[in-house]
Write a protein that binds this ligand. Structure first.
Ligand code: ZN
Length: 61
């Protein structure tokens, strides 16, 4: 039976570690997209690649 709840980015099965995404890559991508919208402010130059504070440094393994 088809699962409707998958990664909103690529549709892959969700991993509890990265819920509701399938991987940290998709999670980051979604977040960067979200930040990209919010940071689109004149005079505020923010490099998405510098926003690594979201990563706690935990290794799933
Ligand atoms: Zn994904």
């Amino acid at each position: 039976m088809p699962k409707r709840d998958g990664c909103p980015i690529c549709g892959e099965p969700t991993q509890s570690e990265f819920k509701p995404f399938c991987s940290r890559g998709c999670k980051d991508r979604d977040l960067l997209q979200w930040l990209g919208e919010g940071y689109r402010v004149p005079g505020e130059a923010v490099d998405p690649n510098a926003q690594t504070g979201l990563d706690t440094g935990r290794d799933p393994d």
